[in-house]
Design a protein around this ligand. Structure first.
Ligand SMILES: CC(C)(COP(=O)(O)OP(=O)(O)OC[C@H]1O[C@@H](n2cnc3c(N)ncnc32)[C@H](O)[C@@H]1OP(=O)(O)O)[C@@H](O)C(=O)NCCC(=O)NCCS
Length: 150
């Protein structure tokens, strides 16, 4: 069962493993170092303590294994931006779709957002498939990225 949860300080090694290997290729970044992971988790925990929270970063936990991260950014207009990354060894098992579905529920029911958007690079069709399966609609292209709305 997929559970979205706030990150704790002890999640840094798992977050580093998520941001490694092929997963980073589509994010336009290099693999995270241990130090970067620790700093990132600290930052994320500060963001989670803000009121209101402007940037949610939630761990994708499956039976105690933190195998991904989903993000939800709040715009003042009530619009939210969704993104996600799964550890490479768990791709193709429906976890991103399940996590984004959970995030959509969280965005509307808990974060109180009115609409959502997401985008992916044209060379990342699996990401688009995740969004479509989670109920998003493709609306066009912006800055060479494929744009989706819900
Ligand atoms: C994109 C990503 C989140 C998908 O995670 P995942 O857990 O494998 O996703 P799911 O298993 O829920 O669904 C993947 C879907 O994409 C499909 N897919 C995989 N590769 C594909 C390809 N090359 N072309 C088209 N569809 C593809 C799968 O078949 C599946 O669809 P299906 O259930 O209809 O068969 C994961 O690959 C990832 O973390 N990538 C790196 C980070 C990233 O790209 N994040 C998104 C940034 S916009």
């Amino acid at each position: 069962m997929i559970m979205l949860r706030f990150l704790t300080a002890t999640d840094a090694p798992a977050v580093r493993r998520v941001y490694s290997g092929a997963a980073t290729r589509f994010l336009g970044r290099s693999a995270m170092t241990s130090q970067e992971a620790g700093e990132y988790v600290s930052r994320v925990r500060e963001w989670a303590a803000a009121a209101p929270v402007e940037q949610y970063v939630l761990g994708v936990d499956v039976s105690g294994d933190l195998l991904g991260v989903v993000k939800l950014g709040r715009r003042p207009s009530g619009h939210g931006r969704v993104s996600y990354v799964l550890r490479e060894d768990r791709w193709g098992q429906g976890y991103a779709t399940g996590a984004v579905e959970e995030l959509v529920t969280f965005a509307f029911a808990t974060a109180g957002l009115d609409s959502l958007g997401a985008r992916h690079r044209p060379d990342n069709p699996a990401s688009g498939r995740v969004l479509m399966k989670a109920g998003f609609t493709r609306v066009g292209e912006v800055n060479a990225m494929i744009e989706y709305r819900l």
